[in-house]
Each structure stands twice: as C-alpha cells, then as structure tokens.
Design a protein around this ligand. Sequence first.
Ligand code: KIV
Length: 277
Amino acid sequence: MVYKQLQQRDMASPPVNISALRDMKRDRQPIACITAYDASFAQVVDIAGIDVVLVGDSLGMVIQGHDTTVPVTVGDVVYHTRSVARGLVHAFLIADMPFMSYTTPAQALDNAVRLMQEGGAMMVKLESGQGQLAVVEYLAKHDIPVCAHLGLKPQSVHKIGGFKVQGRDSAVAAKMLEDAKRLESAGADIVLLECVPNEVGRSISRAVAAPVIGIGAGPDVDGQILVLYDILGITLGPTPRFVKNFMTGVDSPLEAVKRYIGEVREHKYPAKEHCFS
Ligand code: KIV
C-alpha cells in the first residue's frame, strides 16, 4: 500500500529539491518541515503536503527510548532513512549524521555516502560550528548537500550540561552568526537553528542566503521543524516551550500534520508562547 503511491507521482506537484527550497526563501514562503522515522508516518506527512522530512537522531529518544541522541549509530539512521524514503513521493529527505560519525572529512564522507546510497537521503545534517568547516567543505566538494545545525546541539548535551537555550549572551549570538556565515561559505545549503532567541533566528536568516529552518528559533526564520511525535501529542511529560500538540481538536494524524503545515505557512506557528526572547 505504501509502495503503490510511488507509482503515482503527481507531476503537477513535483518533488521538492534544494532549488525549490531556495525559491521558497526568496519568495518568503515558509518551509514546513517535520521529522519521521518510518514508512507509514512518512506517507502521512507526505500526503499532508510537508516540504521537508528529517530522519533526525531524535529517533534515539522517541523511538529507542534513550535519554539523549548520543547512542544513535549510522546504521540506525540508515535503517530509518531507508524506511522513510519508501513512504515519500514529494518531500525532500534529510538524514542526520549521528554522534561521532563526522570527526574527520574522510569519515564524514564515508558515512554521508551510506546515508545517501543505502538510506536514500538527499542531504545530510550535522551539528556544526567552526570545528566542522573542513568537514562541510569536503562534503560540499564531493557534491553532498549539507544542512548545518547550530544553536542547541543535542549531541553535545553532556558537554553543555543539559538541553538549554543558546545565544542569549550577545557574544555567543555573534559567534553563532559568524559560524552560520562561514558554514554557508564552506558549502552548507541549509542552516538549522535549534533553541535560540527570536532575535538570533532573525539575524541569521537575514545574513545568509541559505534557507534557515528553526526549531524554537522564533517566527522570523525561513521555515519551521518539529518532532512528529511532539505534534501528535505522543510525547508525555514536560516538553520544550516550542512544542505544540496539533492533535487537539482533530481526529487523525493526517489532519494534525495538515494543521501544522497550515499554521507554519500562515505564520500562525510559532506563536509568542512558543518562542524565546
Ligand atoms: O534530531 C532531530 O530530530 C533534530 C530536530 C530537533 C531538528 O535535529
């Protein structure tokens, strides 16, 4: 059932690619993104009309039940990316490079190739700073599309001492802005910003030509991403401020994802209560 749909590509709505995402930034059309980890949910979010699907290493927490993303392996992400790829017709597919899978340019290239060839990813995402410039440059030189993840970097949770908002301090915010510009110059095609004040999201998305996708980065970025299980209200217990349960008032995951996409496109999500300032 999942596979039949792949033979029914609707060319009136062609698959999203990196040029389409750049055009959306240029036209100020918000990019709606979400995580997914399996073929069935991939099919749901694709039918709902999502632009970008990320197979995030958040799978370590929401699928595998770990407290952090640190235990996730390249094999895990390849497996889930391959499953998600089978459910997608329209959305652009990004896969996360897990903890310690990109410590050198050569290692990063080997693992990015696995995510693309075995998993079917169209882009890889890595938690980046200036320490990853050489890696991003090397991947870009080999025509691997790259998403640079800045702000809160969950793979560094033990180093930073918890999941905390980043960039409240003006020197840290300035450094993040500089990192974003340098990563773009090194070849990053997309910047993902996690858990930063609105002002930081705004200044980075204005300063770089690449689309900037935010999670807890305020309304003035080029797109939004949330973890699927959070928007479906599956995640129990305390959730971060930027999480919104889109299942409230609807009766299916498909309707909830459509509602999320609609609110992103109409600039209704994130609202003030989902932001850090
Ligand atoms: O792993 C993930 O799901 C992510 C999102 C939080 C953007 O990186």
